[in-house]
Ligand binder design. Structure first.
Ligand code: ADP
Ligand code: MG
Length: 536
């Protein structure tokens, strides 16, 4: 099932108490087509609007403006349970008192009317999906007797059992340790291929998104910065933000300029940029874009060398580098060209990206434009439109600043422990000081950032949207922030909005409450919940 987002926008009142009346544009005029049967990764730093986009697709949040289509159906006004979606959150939160089988059966037991299944049919379905996610051996266990990865697989089975048209996953791997994360993401990929369900996968982890997605959508501040196949976006970033966001080790940035058709880093003329107007630029060079050459154009001082099997990582410094160190990955044969502490590099033209310093959008040179046009044409052949945002967004300067702070931290750690030391050593250093290990800085920073909003009091959405219990696999309080919380024994908590002047806007007799708990022995359909709600 194809998903089409048309001018989708979501505006929240600001949570910043000092700034009453301000608004947060969480999702800003989103236009996106998610092709049938594909897995699309929504990728971006914490707070860029990934979850909000997903919740609008699911129906848990309603857009401020814009439309959502599943195939030809306009679903913008449909309730979540009428959209035919399966939803999986970071926090898999299974019903702890139910067995795996009962957990998976749960959504089926609440089907009404003509959708109702016989007991045998339900069991058959539950076993089919359990098999699909390879959890069928554990049907009689309780969640506490399973590993995190297994629990998340149960959550996925539960999302799949109703045969959703669209599968929505919000950071589903974030609570798993590194090994399980890798394994589970391969599982998700396999399940998606087997079932061919159109899947939207939200993550802040670029490696995760790159490895799992058919297409990625890189977002920043609610705006699509670029869409495309992961490799294309990596090879052909449309703007500085995307270039920086993708890649491990990250892209090396330099301050440079184009003058008379030549690209300069400092006084050194590093590449020909015939036809490009004179301008100040950021020069981004991928770590694999350097070639050691005695007559090379870019001169750096070596600060460390690390042999990684076939390749060698050369860490060096250059006064025009915007990062504390320049990280290059070099074939070991080239190492014989190094003598002394200075290293000279030639640059691979297709691994060097330049960005106008003011707009931060890409400036193509040499053969790059042709390569870019070929990619766009190929993408169009696949029925994908090429979406990019050319140019900088507000707060970009802040982001750059923050990232450089992290880089600086990284530089200090490098010094302490020696460059690119073994994982074991990383762990030791991590124990001593709460600084992340070098190659984990990016991820853990993102995770830290990701935690931050959760500490804020949960602000509620403008609607007291009731929750289809059977659609939800996790306590959404940490993911939807604002959403009614599903608890065990099918307690539905409806959280009312606290508006900026602190008066609650919840309807009817519960006007002063900020939270209403409705407990019942069976799951309530949203309209039933609303009814109870309004009857107080
Ligand atoms: P992501 O999932 O990419 O981390 P979110 O979609 O959760 O980002 O949030 C996007 C922006 O909208 C953030 O600035 C966030 O603080 C804000 N936001 C999200 N939900 C609410 C809400 N219920 N009320 C106010 N602001 C919100
Ligand atoms: Mg989120």
């Amino acid at each position: 099932m194809k998903v089409l987002l048309q001018n989708l926008t979501k505006i929240f009142p600001s949570r910043n108490k000092k700034d009453k009346g301000a608004e947060v544009i969480a999702v800003n005029d989103f236009n996106l087509e998610i092709p049938d049967g594909k897995l699309v990764g929504l990728l971006g730093p914490s707070g860029c609007g990934k979850s909000t986009t997903l919740y609008m697709i699911s129906g848990l949040q309603s857009p401020t403006s814009g439309k959502i289509f599943f195939g030809d159906d306009d679903v913008t006004k449909l309730t979540p349970e009428n959209r035919g979606i399966g939803l999986v959150f970071q926090n898999y939160a299974l019903y702890p008192h139910l067995t795996v089988q009962q957990n998976i059966l749960f959504p089926l037991q609440n089907l009404k009317g003509e959708n109702r299944l016989s007991k045998e049919e339900m069991l058959k379905r539950a076993h089919e999906v359990a098999k699909l996610v390879q959890i069928d051996e554990y049907m009689n266990r309780k969640p506490a007797e399973l590993s995190g990865g297994q629990q998340q697989r149960v959550a996925i089975a539960r999302a799949l059992v109703k045969m959703p048209r669209i599968l929505l996953l919000d950071e589903p791997l974030s609570n798993l340790d590194a090994r399980l994360r890798l394994q589970t993401r391969e599982e998700i990929r396999r399940i998606q291929r087997d079932t061919q369900i159109t899947t939207i996968f939200v993550t802040h982890d670029q490696e995760e998104a790159m490895s799992i997605s058919d297409y990625i959508v890189v977002m920043k501040l609610g705006v699509i910065m670029q869409t495309g196949k992961p490799q294309w976006v990596y090879d052909d970033p449309a703007n500085l933000f995307v270039a920086k966001f993708l890649g491990t080790p990250p892209i090396n940035l330099f301050s440079g300029k184009v003058e008379n058709g030549k690209l300069y880093i400092g006084d050194e003329q590093v590449l020909d940029t015939n036809g490009v107007e004179d301008q100040e630029v950021y020069v981004g060079i991928r770590p694999e874009g350097f070639v050691i050459d005695k007559t090379g154009k870019l001169t750096c001082s070596i600060s460390g060398i690390d042999v990684m099997g076939r390749d060698v990582s050369v860490v060096s410094t250059n006064s025009n580098s915007l990062n504390p160190v320049v990280r290059s990955i070099i074939a070991s044969e080239e190492m014989s060209n190094i003598s002394g502490n200075t290293v000279k590099f030639n640059l691979k033209e297709n691994k060097v990206f330049i960005f106008n310093k003011e707009t931060e959008s890409r400036v193509y040179f040499g053969e790059q434009l042709k390569a870019h046009e070929a990619m766009v044409a190929e993408m169009e052949e696949e029925g994908q439109s090429y979406v990019t945002h050319h140019g900088s967004l507000p707060r970009e300067a802040d982001d750059v600043h923050k990232e450089f702070e992290v880089e600086e931290k990284k530089g200090v750690i490098d010094k302490i422990k020696g460059l690119f030391s073994k994982k074991k050593k990383d762990a030791e250093i991590k124990d001593e000081a709460p600084v992340p290990a070098v190659d984990e800085v990016k991820t853990s920073t993102a995770e830290e950032k990701d935690e931050a909003p959760k500490e804020e009091p949960a602000a509620a959405d403008e609607k007291n949207e009731a929750f289809p219990v059977d659609e939800v696999n996790a306590s959404p309080k940490d993911s939807a922030n604002s959403k009614p919380t599903v608890k065990k024994k099918t307690t539905v908590t409806v959280v009312a909005k606290k508006s900026s002047n602190n008066s609650s806007k919840i309807k009817s007799t519960t006007a002063n409450a900020t939270s209403v708990n409705i407990t019942s022995t069976t799951a309530k359909k949203p309209n039933e919940v609303k009814k109870i709600d309004s009857e107080g």
